[in-house]
Write a protein that binds this ligand. Structure first.
Ligand code: NAD
Ligand code: DAU
Length: 364
């Protein structure tokens, strides 16, 4: 039984990790989240009264408050997920990404280092700082025969990926220089329930339900490797508990798709749902739509758009025995169903936080 700090636990992946930990382990979880536009405590409704769950609304850049949390809870591990995570927003306003992803990670590392240095030997030997990062740090994978491995050189192209690359380097340096027991994982594109509707899959589902166009950047031929978020949560726990100190682990779905393939697959699922009478609540918007793919519209490309990401996830399979369980077809169907059944989760977001407008082009 340990106490685990989860930063960014009110976000998409962090909330999946918290639900996984509280449903499958006996650990105590402390969720540290600033609650930015992307943070949503409604994603944790199912566990909010769990006796092993605590929530602290704190900015990871706030050194004093973070130090107080370490002193109060005496954590055995930190799983660091808090970040600004959307590439298009990083093009519009990079400063938030520099602040949270770089300064915030630095602040957490410094407090962790001070805390770790004072631990007694037994607790010290168990402590881990797990940094959760992205495959975007490796940049564009032009050679279609290649995959990102743990040895691939960093080559980030967006303000988001550059800030995440910087944070990875800081974590690595704190491990090497100060002996902080760190482990880093780099994952591909996640999808699933509770994802904020600025990201491709939920945006397309919700736009389609409202009869709005489905904006595909460029030609839609960019490739991403998609992983169901609950598989990622399991992989992260495996890395935390069994990963070797100082190591990097790539996490991916072995599931490369072009963006247009993903959007076409969503349209097919919605066509079936409409035929089955599951979309009657949206009939004002979609009564004349026979095929949702008629809503697809090709729009100006994302600036600096990486063409392809693809993860080689052999190391985590061979060394830690993790591999994805969900296949894309069933995972996507579950995701579409979840958005159909959870209007109460996304409706307030569309009304109060983000109405689906194009991001990432105004600043160019
Ligand atoms: P998200 O945007 O859904 O959630 C981020 C969370 O961090 C939010 O709850 C937000 O309130 C919180 N946060 C932001 N700034 C903060 C600050 N200064 N202090 C405290 N909390 C703060 O992000 P996500 O998609 O869940 O991603 C989580 C992590 O996983 C990120 O580090 C991201 O880089 C990484 N990642 C994401 C994906 C993906 O496909 N979504 C893939 C690989 C890696
Ligand atoms: O690869 C991991 C990364 O995946 C994570 O580190 C990021 O946090 C996460 O946001 C995601 O980044 P992407 O930029 O790949 O995700 P996004 O959902 O924004 O876009 C996926 C692809 O779809 C990308 O090629 C851009 C394209 N796209 C996106 C939107 C929002 C469109 O064509 N139209 C859209 O409206």
């Amino acid at each position: 039984m340990h106490t685990i700090f989860i930063t960014g636990g009110a976000g998409f992946i962090g909330s999946a990790v918290i639900r996984y930990l509280l449903q499958n382990t006996h650990h105590t979880v402390v969720n540290i989240d600033k609650l930015t536009y992307a943070g949503n405590l409604a994603s944790l409704d199912s566990i909010q009264h769990h006796t092993n769950y605590h929530f602290e609304q704190v900015d990871i850049c706030d050194r004093e408050k973070i130090a107080q949390l370490f002193s109060h809870y005496q954590p055995d591990a930190v799983m660091h997920l808090a970040a600004e995570s959307h590439v298009d927003r990083s093009i519009d306003k990079p400063s938030d990404f520099i602040q949270t992803n770089i300064i915030g990670t630095y602040t957490l590392l410094e407090i962790s280092r001070e805390y770790y240095s004072q631990l007694l030997p037994e607790k010290k030997s168990q402590f881990r700082f797990h940094h959760i990062s992205t495959d975007e740090v490796f940049g564009d994978l032009e050679d279609s025969a290649k995959l990102f491995t743990e040895q691939t050189a960093y080559s980030p192209n967006s303000p988001y990926s550059a800030s995440k690359a910087a944070s990875d380097h800081l974590v690595q340096a704190w491990g090497e220089t100060y002996g902080l027991p760190v482990v880093i994982s780099n994952c591909s594109n996640n999808y699933g329930p509770f994802q904020f509707p600025e990201k491709l899959i939920p945006l397309m589902i919700l736009n389609a339900l409202h009869g709005k166009t489905l904006p595909i950047y460029g030609k839609g031929d960019q490739i991403r490797d998609w992983l169901f978020v609950e598989d990622h949560a399991k992989a992260l726990y495996r890395v935390l508990t069994q990963g070797k100190i100082g190591e990097h682990y790539n996490i991916g779905g072995w599931n490369e798709k072009t963006n247009i393939e993903v959007v076409q697959a969503i349209c097919q699922l919605l066509n079936i749902a409409k035929k089955e009478g599951k979309l009657t609540a949206y009939s004002d918007y979609i009564k004349d739509i026979e095929d949702f793919s008629s809503l697809i519209q090709f729009v100006t490309d994302r600036p600096g758009h990486d063409k392809r990401y693809a993860i080689d996830a052999s190391k985590i399979k061979i060394e830690l025995g993790w591999q994805p369980e969900e296949i894309f077809e069933t995972g996507l169907a579950k995701t579409v169903d979840w958005y159909l059944e959870n209007t109460h989760w996304w409706q307030p977001i569309l009304e109060q936080r983000y109405a689906g407008q194009r991001l990432g082009v105004d600043n160019i």
